[in-house]
Design a protein around this ligand. Structure first.
Ligand SMILES: Cc1ncc(COP(=O)(O)O)c(C=O)c1O
Length: 398
């Protein structure tokens, strides 16, 4: 019997990420020395008190039932965090929704709101779930090019009026993966005006909210007047507090959207393990100094890598935020050819920019999830690579 995926799932490409992982596994099994700078999974543990909180609550006999969603104290902890950190007052009961990670929430949001054929404006390059979620729901992603000359912000005025009028949702992601840009208050105000005018739901993925460098802070979309009427904001504990494996995140903002999501999730999910929820409450209340350390750590790593690559003759600007460097590759290469040959020759694994959308061609994304010395070692291997390898003739975009 031949079992076929649904038509929506058939639209998902297997993608270069899988090819990259397959090749990485093969090289690892040959005993090659690899430096993996491809996946944005934090290499450091969360604060010690997070582990202690998990240990403490995991010892309780009553911690193992379904939680059926957020504990009331969880949403209160979020409301306090939002007020203190971003100056935004939200109703803990109606304006927050706990998620099994922002990835899962972003995927489900499209299913909850998008009908077959609906248009969704998505960043290009962008984190793949933005587009994939729309495909799963049967919608039509409409790419918004993010280009260096525009500070990697979409030019909203260049979106054709008929597209803006039919679009149901627009996804923003600042600080941005993979392009590392931040959005200032002026852009967010423009986005809210645009969304109100065209009646579009704004979806801001704020996963990298705290990984901002050089003494700056990021702006919550929900701090823009009127945003709650047209917007939801996703956030995650994964990157800020090194809790990616705990699989917990949340969304905040428009109560109507949150109710729709909650209805759907009440059929598909039974809540998150209580010790994890308790650990999040603790870290939201006591994690401020950890955030400062985390920023310093990534900023030092960023400086170490970008400066070592500059010594190797590969120049790029320092990213203002996130755990990535968005590096324009030397002319003549496709991002896929560059990535695969680099991996073969040096064991350094990066992600080709084209994996994030058409506009990502010409770049690779390098993650900062290794200690500074390892990043310098990667840069030294890249130095040798750049001195010895030339773009293969007919280097092509796969
Ligand atoms: C932009 C963006 N959103 C969401 C996620 C997923 O976060 P979570 O671990 O909360 O699912 C990632 C992970 O890399 C990401 O880069």
């Amino acid at each position: 019997m031949n079992i076929e995926a649904s038509q929506h799932i058939q639209r998902l490409k297997r993608g270069v990420f899988h090819e990259l992982m397959d090749r990485k596994r093969q090289l690892a099994s040959q005993g090659r020395s690899l430096i993996d700078l491809s996946v944005g999974s934090p290499d450091q543990p969360p604060p010690e008190f997070v582990k202690e909180t998990i240990r403490h609550h995991a010892a309780r006999d009553d911690a193992y039932g379904y939680t059926m969603g957020a504990l009331p104290s969880f949403n209160h902890a979020l409301a306090t965090f939002y007020r203190k950190r971003y100056g935004v007052s939200l109703d803990p009961d109606a304006e927050f929704l706990q998620l099994i990670g922002s990835q899962d929430g972003l995927a489900h949001l499209a299913t909850a709101l998008i009908n077959p054929g609906d248009t969704v404006l998505v960043p290009d390059p962008g984190y793949p779930i933005f587009e994939v979620g729309v495909h799963i729901a049967g919608g039509e992603p409409y790419p918004l090019p993010l280009r260096a000359e525009n500070g990697f912000l979409p030019r909203l005025e260049e979106i054709p009026t008929e597209v803006a009028d039919r679009a149901k949702m627009m996804v923003l992601n600042y600080p941005a993966n993979p392009v590392t840009a931040t959005a200032d208050r002026m852009f967010l105000e423009e986005a809210v005006r645009f969304a109100r005018h065209h009646e579009i739901l704004l979806v801001q993925d704020f996963t990298y909210s705290e990984l901002v460098f050089d003494g700056k802070d990021s702006v919550s979309l929900l701090s823009i007047p009127g945003a709650k009427e047209v917007a939801v904001e996703f956030n995650s504990l994964s990157k800020t507090f090194n809790m990616a494996g705990c699989r917990i995140g949340y969304m905040a903002g428009n109560a109507q959207v949150l109710r729709i999501m909650a209805t759907m999730m009440s059929h598909t999910q039974y809540g998150i393990f209580l010790p994890i929820q308790k650990a999040v409450e603790a870290v939201l209340a006591r994690g401020e100094s950890f955030i400062a350390e985390q920023r310093k750590r990534y900023q030092h790593r960023r400086d170490a890598l970008v400066e070592a690559l500059a010594d190797a003759g590969w120049n790029m600007s320092k990213p203002p935020a996130t755990m990535y460097v968005w590096a324009p590759i030397p002319p003549g290469w496709s991002s896929v050819d560059f990535t695969f040959l680099l991996m073969e020759q040096t064991g350094v694994i990066v992600t080709p920019g084209s994996a994030f959308g058409r506009e990502g061609e010409g770049y690779v994304r390098i993650t900062l999830v290794q200690p500074e010395d390892t990043l310098r070692e990667a840069a030294s291997r890249i130095d040798t690579f750049l001195k010895t390898e030339q773009p293969t003739s007919g280097s092509s975009v796969k």
